[in-house]
Design a protein around this ligand. Structure first.
Ligand SMILES: *[C@@H]1O[C@H](CO)[C@@H](O)[C@H](O)[C@H]1NC(C)=O
Ligand SMILES: *[C@@H]1O[C@H](CO)[C@@H](O)[C@H](O)[C@H]1NC(C)=O
Ligand SMILES: *[C@@H]1O[C@H](CO)[C@@H](O)[C@H](O)[C@H]1NC(C)=O
Length: 613
């Protein structure tokens, strides 16, 4: 009996999207029976600290969230069949209870909810997969309200901030039986955040980790330091943060070791690895402040060209001292530089338990090295170029990284390359494993206008003449096909404008143009927020819900079960609803459409809606 009912009520495609899940599971089968949660509903599972923590968190979240979808489904089941039983618990089974959270950890899970069983089951290979399954389960649960629409007494509050529980009738799962089989398409699903250009308080980083976990992202790539500030307090070289961190209204904007421990623990308990990056040898202007105080001590002259205007007096771009304001680069010819680098890397890798460490290597500028007479002399004496010096530096840095991490990245081909400008294909062809972060799709900071001062390009009321050869040359330039050396036309003057909309982020296929074999070299990707124009006041809205587009592409993949590319129109209603759900969970994600669109399915579409006539 049981069996035949199950077959009868399993309708997978016919219902469209009865429940909005983000990111979309690899395979879902829905029924049409509504199953209420019992009043004493609980989650049970084996005795594993991370899991116990997660079960507590999700029990609380499910009870508190009382989710009533904002997006009306065009597949709404108006007269659902009600199950006679209640769902009283979700039981979790884990096969490998010891599995550590590393690159490639098994995150698969299956979820079974039957209207004929008071117990739902979540099975996973590892606790990390169970976390993903718990997240999916939480998204299945909805709240029932009756029609007594009470007045909201607190008129100043937004509805989503205020639990308006008038008429709350209980929790239920629509569309059971539900069978979900799920696993990530890519193992590395990351978010990179820069905390140097502007600072984010610890609580904002913790909230970001929460939002990442809701989106099943598993790597927080923390770009901790850069030219502008060095906010990480290190015992071995305390001067770096002491002199190099920002100070605002008398408060030092730093992360202490205790802060880092809190962040790493918070991340770990949500299945997120934290990969630290201390950028070098370029982007180290902030280090120079510490060295200045040590001219006669143990750290003399470890930085070249520090505190110069980033361009040459001729204002020629080619002769610049740094990619952006805040010049200074580690001196590659001094032995002491490497002693310092080793101290920093030793301490940072000890502080962050992950097996991976990001070595930086961003935008070295040879002119900065040539600025120091000692380096110029060295180059002449040894007949080496700036590129040679960079190789020398990176080789030594890698040696240091290898000596302190478990990686044994013996040779450069074992190093994972993060590409933001070059095509993925190029790095793969060269034999590297790749993390994709194309600035043309996944940079969250683009489109907010020029932040440099005195840029004549922003003073244009009428179209300037841009010489054809220049325009042509720029159009050819990979990664900035929208670049315009002018504010005219609305580029706003920032280097990677326009703003990358969630749709733009969603359509990015990081394996585009690769053969099946080459695809294996693509480990995943990261969207990135560089913080020149972002701080705690903007963080949530810069990241969310756009980063959720990256999250779905990396978890679900760009292609569905039938091999068709996932479309923005399938994602739109889910994304719309997901944004409100993030809000309800305390993430200040920005709006994507008028609220009206949520209650008028497809009426906000740009093409005549199918079946509307
Ligand atoms: C709606 O629910 C509230 C409490 O949750 C209850 O007081 C009220 O009587 C209900 N109204 C109707 C019409 O059922
Ligand atoms: C310096 O190096 C270049 C390129 O590696 C080489 O062509 C040149 O002969 C070298 N000069 C001397 C004096 O060794
Ligand atoms: C701003 O830049 C222009 C050149 O683009 C220069 O002539 C002018 O002096 C600059 N203003 C200041 C205050 O430096």
């Amino acid at each position: 009996m049981k069996r035949s009912l199950l077959t009868l009520t399993l309708l997978s495609v016919a219902f469209g999207q009865p429940v909005f899940l983000w990111p979309k599971p690899q395979s879902i089968q829905w029924g049409d029976v509504q199953l209420n949660l019992g009043r004493s509903f609980n989650i049970r599972g084996p005795d594993i600290a991370v899991l116990e923590d997660a079960m507590r968190r999700y029990t609380h979240l499910i009870a508190r969230e009382r989710w009533d979808p904002v997006q009306v489904s065009d597949a709404d089941n108006v007269n659902p069949v009600h199950a006679s039983k209640h769902l009283n618990s979700l039981d979790i089974e884990i096969i490998d209870k010891e599995a550590a959270l590393t690159f490639g950890t098994d995150e698969s899970y299956t979820l079974h909810i039957s209207p004929e069983n008071t117990i739902g089951t979540l099975k996973a290979q590892t606790v990390w997969g169970a976390l993903r399954g718990l997240e999916t389960f939480s998204q299945l649960v909805q709240a029932k309200y009756n029609d007594s629409e009470g007045e909201d007494e607190d008129e100043d509050e937004y509805a989503y901030e205020d639990d308006n529980d008038l008429g709350f009738q209980g929790l239920f799962i629509p569309q059971t039986p539900i069978i979900i089989n799920d696993e990530p398409r890519f193992s590395h699903r990351g978010l990179m955040l820069d905390t140097s250009r502007n600072y984010y308080p610890v609580k904002d980083l913790l909230r970001t980790l929460d939002a990442m976990a809701y989106n099943k992202m598993n790597v927080f790539h923390w770009h901790i330091t850069d030219s502008q500030s060095f906010p990480l307090v290190l015992d071995s070289v305390p001067e770096l943060a002491k002199k190099g961190a920002y100070r605002l209204h008398g408060k030092k904007l730093v992360y202490t070791k205790q802060d880092v421990r809190v962040i790493v623990k918070h991340a770990h308990s949500r299945g997120i690895r934290v990969i630290p990056e201390i950028d070098m040898p370029g982007h180290t202007g902030s280090w120079a402040k510490a060295f200045k105080q040590f001219i006669s001590g143990i750290y003399p002259l470890f930085s070249t060209c520090s505190d110069r205007f980033f361009l040459d007096p001729s204002n020629s771009w080619e002769k610049r001292y740094a990619a952006e304001p805040g010049s200074g680069q580690l001196n590659p010819i001094l032995k002491g530089t490497y002693t310092l680098v080793k101290q920093v890397i030793d301490e940072v890798t000890a502080l962050f338990p992950d097996e991976w460490y990001h070595g930086g290597g961003d935008e070295p500028v040879y002119r900065c090295w040539e600025d120091a007479k000692s380096v110029r002399d060295y180059m002449a004496r040894n007949n080496v170029t700036g590129l040679d010096l960079l190789n020398i530096f990176l080789e030594k840095e890698l040696e240091i990284i290898n000596s302190v991490t478990e990686n044994h990245l013996a040779i450069p081909k074992d190093v994972v390359i993060q590409v933001w400008k070059n095509p993925v294909k190029k790095a793969v062809k060269a034999g590297y494993k790749v993390i994709a972060s194309s600035s043309n799709f996944w940079y969250l900071d683009c489109g907010h206008g020029q932040w440099s001062g005195n840029d004549t390009a922003v003073n244009e009321q009428s179209p300037p003449v841009i010489k054809k050869p220049l325009q042509k040359a720029l159009e050819k330039y990979e990664g900035s096909d929208n670049y315009n050396p002018s504010n005219w036309g609305g580029s706003g003057g920032d280097w990677c404008s326009p703003f990358k909309s969630w749709q733009r982020m969603y359509i990015y296929d990081i394996t585009y143009g690769l053969s099946k074999e080459e695809t294996k070299y693509v480990l995943g990707g990261e969207c990135a927020l560089w913080s020149e124009q972002s701080d705690e006041t903007t963080l949530d809205a810069r990241l969310w819900p756009r980063a959720a587009a990256t999250a779905e592409v990396l978890w679900s993949g760009n292609y569905d079960e039938d091999g068709n590319k996932r479309s923005v129109d399938d994602a739109m209603p889910r994304m719309f609803d997901w944004r409100y759900r993030l809000l309800k969970r305390g993430i200040r994600a920005e709006p994507l459409q008028p609220l009206w669109c949520g209650s008028h399915p497809h009426m906000c579409d740009a093409a005549f809606p199918a079946g509307y006539l």
